[in-house]
Ligand binder design. Structure first.
Ligand code: GMT
Length: 380
């Protein structure tokens, strides 16, 4: 199959999922064309069957906001026509689903039908998508997609609750590539970060408000009082400064390392004992899954799809967002109990295996086939 993938190229989960999916499809022999404004972060090497088309968003003095949507639609039209794509898979509804609809209509006017699959990732529904500024377009473009998937049951439920949706939404869970995410021996790192055998806790995110990064510091503050430990804060974003300031205010600078954006996250996860993700809202929590694949149990909030990934009392613990004291208690229990930690590590790995890329990829392929078959009937 020749598949066009439209996504955000940044460190966000939706771009990561889109890129890993494209690479997985390419390994299976599909031809994959990424269409986006910058090379996706995880598309770092040459791959057979993978093509990248950069959207040229020309600036012009008249534009206060260069019209990316228009440039993207034109690039999609061009790539579909000249690379002869069978299907477009767009990740994150805003603006990708709407732009894909426009491109589809332009192509149709030229006698070419290309079906569009939209994958909903989370904030495109629960946060920004639900905002009045976007909602009518989000709803319309979901309804006009030829296929729609959501990355968790919780996100599907939210979509049906928040919008008037006229079509079926298929849950296809996010996935993990075990070739990359697995526990490896990184003892030399461990010695640098925790020279006295301290426990290592970690958080990775894009440090946006929704991630509640200050809660991570507050949880760690309580853990540190009971258990010799270090905290790794991986990633960057608007809340980083507040988090750093909080560390200074409570005198924890020496115990918390802000590492910024990192490419080889799996090498850091390999030395961790606990992962913390206390988000206000999280449709899936890909970073929690990445930790679990590296045998790291998770303390998370119970918002959105997180409980579908992190099973309370089995792979870690879940608490309502903002309940820092309870999350800290769970973290302390786990960090103080060697037997429980070993059991939770094993459970985390077993749960992560359910989301193995090799299991989820065929679901996407089958869904594409289904959508293509429906489209043939539509065109005839
Ligand atoms: O976080 C966002 O604003 C959007 C998106 C992204 O691109 O990072 O994250 C969402 O998609 C991820 C991949 O499907 C999910 O693992 C995240 O849970 C989800 N983020 C939220 O729901 C906050």
């Amino acid at each position: 199959m020749k598949i066009g993938i439209v996504c955000y190229p940044t460190y966000g989960g939706s771009g990561v999922v889109a890129t890993e999916l494209g690479l997985g499809l390419a390994r299976k022999g599909h031809e994959v064309h990424f269409i986006t404004y910058r090379r996706p972060v995880r598309l770092s090497h040459f791959h057979e069957n993978v093509f990248y088309h950069e959207v040229d968003n020309e600036d012009y003095p008249l534009f206060e906001y260069p019209p990316y949507d228009t440039a993207l639609a034109s690039t999609i039209v061009d790539v579909v026509r000249y690379q002869n794509l069978d299907l477009l898979h767009v990740h994150y509804a805003i603006p990708h689903a709407a732009v894909a609809y426009m491109a589809k209509k332009i192509l149709l006017s030229q006698g070419r039908y290309v079906p569009v699959v939209t994958t909903l990732h989370g904030t495109d529904i629960t946060l920004v998508g639900n905002n009045r500024a976007f909602a009518p377009v989000v709803e319309f473009s979901i309804n006009k997609s030829d296929g729609v998937t959501a990355v968790s049951q919780s996100l599907k439920d939210d979509t049906l609750r928040l919008f008037q949706i006229e079509r079926d939404i298929r849950v296809v869970y996010n996935f993990i590539n075990f070739d990359r995410f697995r526990k490896t021996d990184k003892e030399h790192f461990k010695k640098i970060i925790a020279p006295n055998g301290e426990r290592i806790l970690a958080h990775t995110s894009n440090f946006r408000k929704v991630k509640r990064v200050e809660d991570v510091i507050r949880i760690f503050q309580q853990v540190y009082k009971k258990v010799p430990s270090k905290l790794l804060m991986i990633g960057d974003g608007p809340e980083r400064q507040n988090a750093e300031r909080l560390c200074r205010d409570i005198g924890l600078c020496d115990e918390v390392r802000f590492l910024g954006k990192q490419d080889a996250i799996e090498e850091l996860l390999a030395i961790c004992d606990l992962f913390i993700i206390p988000s206000e809202s999280e449709s899936f929590g890909l970073s929690a899954l990445e930790a679990m694949a590296c045998e790291v149990p998770v303390i998370s909030s119970d918002s959105g799809g997180l409980p579908e990934v992190n099973i309370h009392g089995v792979t870690g613990f879940t608490s309502p967002p903002g309940n820092v004291d309870e999350m800290a208690r769970y973290a302390i229990d786990l960090m103080q109990n060697e037997e429980m930690l070993a059991r939770f590590r094993e459970n985390a790995l077993n749960q992560a295996r359910r989301f193995d890329l090799d299991n989820i990829l065929p679901d996407y392929e089958a869904y594409y086939e289904e959508v293509l078959e429906r489209s043939v009937i539509k065109v005839e």
